[in-house]
Design a protein. Structure first.
Length: 679
């Protein structure tokens, strides 16, 4: 059904465009006295659009490189396309922090598309529905939304919406979709909120939540048939928030480093949403929780039920937990959490739904075939009085008080799990009773207390070694594939990953780079097992390392004996280049896995630090050909002050020569753009 609607939307645009007219607008060379029918006779201002009588399917094209300041568009009719023409930077709509809406979608306007435009300086919304409607078919593709103090895209009660291939940074809220009562306090029309596609967007460093979809009342229709995939939502307050979303899929996304404020910082907020699938996502290094499943307000649907959470990675949540069921008056039930990898979290899984301070009795979910490794507090906490089930899980490497804490729950069911704790005398905690291995065994079934024998936990390789007690030790509950999609033959193994006889671990590589006294430019030629500063630079911090800086000016430096090393950069990344200052000549060695696949780096207008982590040197002009072809490259410098630049007489001048693996380079671009380092 979703695919049919998706295709029909584009079929409509193709059909109407074949009978349509193109209109051209240029702020630098146009005039409103022209007819607007060619680049040579372009109009000048956005106000011309507001008063003109277009036909359905017409396209309004804005000249690349031009900017409109303090102007806005109120859509005059439905079935219009807005895009760019010419060469160079995207056309810019600049609200100058004084324009409410750069594009006012108007009343009941259908079939609108926006592409290849930069929106900045809107105070309420760059593209926004001004009031409630139940119209459909909106496309926003390949646009930039930068520094809008309100929302970038704000849609109400729409259906058949596609938001794709856009870049969002420094906005308050990048994407908001809301389903709400109409002006007569009646539910929206049939199908409102159906069929929303949000994919291939980069959402970085925004004020609140990267993607928000919410239904604003209970017991009526929900937002349905949503697909959110292939997005990167990082360094916001929250990566994704959904409320009242049903029958939808969220997959292949990255939600990481969403820690911008101290309020509701999480990778994913999951409020009162049911019958959804959440899979193949990476949830890392967020604030309070990786994913927080809840529902405790009158306007919510109360509970979350029948959701599937599988084949995800949850790691690096040091403050609270990676996965939490909590905050509900009505419980959560019928949810399945399986084939996930949890590692390096404070607590991996928490189920602590309460009502009036008391644990609820009807939380009944199943957690199976997950791999949980290295928790600094508890591994699993269940504070409900429900009948949650934990089976076929590996719980290993717990460094905190207990591997399993069921402090209110005497109905918790645990069987066919492996529990291997670094504090073996403190395995479980049930209703204030400290449990030893022997005590805990009395309330569990078929629990194995042994090392699961992972291949390489330093590099987060949780495949099983030959002889692992997890092999063929799981209960058969009908799960047919593992985390990697491998078929589970015969009796399933315990944990997320099935044992493979023929599996050969990837070979590690050792990379050595020489640092000279003073500042050096550095990038990761290999990926260490841990990207934490203390782990990566352990051999340098005591006598030679002075300071590390990223392109934003954030630093890692030793402030005093009392404060020690202070890290304002956070987790290091292979997609970033760094400046490193050392006191004397030294060789710095990293051991890790080769950086695989093409490397995508988002460059901001002005100066950036570009990493170069290919296996071999390559001519700098060749590496940067795509940027030169786009017309956005200005200059490059290395740490010896050699330059690559454009000379109006002789063309491109390359005094750098080859880019060197493990080095990084200052690069200046004339607009925001993406650089892809091809392998």
């Amino acid at each position: 059904m979703q695919r049919t609607l998706y295709l029909s939307l584009f079929t409509f645009f193709l059909t109407i465009n074949s009978f349509a007219t193109n209109y051209y607008i240029s702020s630098s060379g146009g005039s409103n006295n022209n007819d607007g029918l060619s680049p040579e006779t372009a109009w000048e201002t956005l106000s011309k659009i507001n008063s003109y009588s277009f036909d359905g399917g017409d396209s309004i094209l804005f000249k690349r490189g031009d900017t409109w300041v303090g102007e806005s568009i109120k859509i005059p009719r439905d079935s219009l396309n807005f895009s760019a023409y010419g060469f160079g930077a995207k056309p810019v709509f600049d609200g100058n922090n004084s324009v409410d809406m750069l594009v006012n979608l108007g009343n009941w306007m259908d079939y609108l598309s926006f592409s290849y435009i930069k929106f900045t300086g809107a105070t309420s919304g760059a593209i926004k529905d001004p009031w409630i409607s139940t119209t459909s078919n909106i496309i926003v593709d390949s646009c930039d939304f930068i520094n809008n103090s309100g929302a970038a895209i704000y849609l109400i009660n729409r259906k058949n919406v596609r938001i794709s291939n856009n870049y969002f940074t420094d906005n308050r809220n990048p994407i908001i979709f809301e389903l709400k009562l109409d002006t007569d306090h009646l539910p929206p029309g049939e199908g409102a909120g159906d069929s929303i596609w949000i994919f291939n967007n980069t959402i970085y460093d925004n004020g609140v939540t990267g993607i928000s979809l919410y239904s604003n009342y209970k017991w009526h229709q929900a937002i349905r048939y949503v697909e959110i995939y292939n997005n990167v939502s990082t360094h916001n307050t929250a990566g994704l928030y959904i409320q009242g979303v049903y029958d939808s899929k969220i997959y292949n996304n990255i939600f990481s480093n969403n820690t911008k404020t101290n309020f509701e910082t999480y990778g994913v907020g999951w409020a009162s949403s049911s019958r959804c699938e959440f899979y193949n996502n990476v949830i890392q290094n967020n604030g309070n929780a990786g994913i927080d499943v809840f529902g405790d307000n009158d306007i919510y649907y109360y509970h979350c039920d029948s959701n599937l959470f599988y084949n995800n990675i949850f790691s690096g949540h040091a403050d609270v937990c990676a996965f939490r069921f909590g905050g509900t008056t009505d419980g959560h039930y019928g949810n399945k959490v399986y084939n996930n990898l949890f590692y390096d979290n404070k607590t991996h899984i928490v189920s602590n739904s309460v009502s009036g301070g008391d644990p609820v009795t009807h939380c009944s979910n199943i957690f199976f075939n997950n791999t949980l490794f290295n928790s600094s507090s508890y591994s699993v906490v269940d504070g409900t009085k429900g009948k949650n089930k934990f089976l076929n899980n590996i719980i290993s490497g717990n460094k905190g008080s207990y591997a399993v804490d069921a402090y209110h729950n005497d109905s918790l069911q645990l069987y066919n799990n492996i529990i291997y704790s670094q504090t073996p005398t403190n395995v479980g905690y049930v209703d204030s009773a400290l449990m030893t291995y022997e005590d805990f065994a009395a309330i569990t079934n078929n629990t194995i207390y042994a090392d699961p024998l992972f291949i390489d936990t330093l590099f987060n390789n949780f495949r099983l070694k030959q002889g692992s007690p997890a092999i063929n030790a799981g209960a058969d509950i009908g799960l047919t594939r593992d985390f990697f999609g491998k078929v589970r033959d015969g009796l399933p193994d315990i944990g997320a990953i099935e044992y493979e006889t023929a599996y050969v671990p990837p070979a590690k590589d050792t990379f050595v780079v020489r640092f000279n006294p003073g500042w050096n430019y550095f990038s990761f030629r290999v990926v260490p097992g841990n990207m934490n500063f203390n782990f990566v630079f352990d051999t340098l911090t005591n006598d030679n390392l002075v300071k590390i800086m990223d392109q934003e000016g954030n630093a890692i430096e030793y402030l005093s004996d009392e404060e020690g090393w202070v890290n304002n950069i956070g987790e290091l990344s292979v997609t970033q280049g760094y400046k490193i200052k050392v006191a004397k000549t030294c060789d710095f060695t990293t051991v890790g896995l080769p950086v695989e696949g093409n490397l995508s780096v988002n460059l901001s207008e002005g100066w950036n630090i570009l990493p170069y982590n290919k296996l071999s040197p390559q001519d700098a002009l060749t590496v940067l050909k795509a940027l030169r072809d786009k017309g956005c490259l200005v200059e490059v410098r290395d740490d010896a002050a050699n330059r690559l630049y454009y000379d109006s007489t002789s063309g491109w001048v390359n005094n750098i020569g080859n880019f060197i693996p493990g080095k990084a380079y200052d690069i200046k671009v004339n607009r925001d753009c993406e650089f892809v380092l091809l392998r």
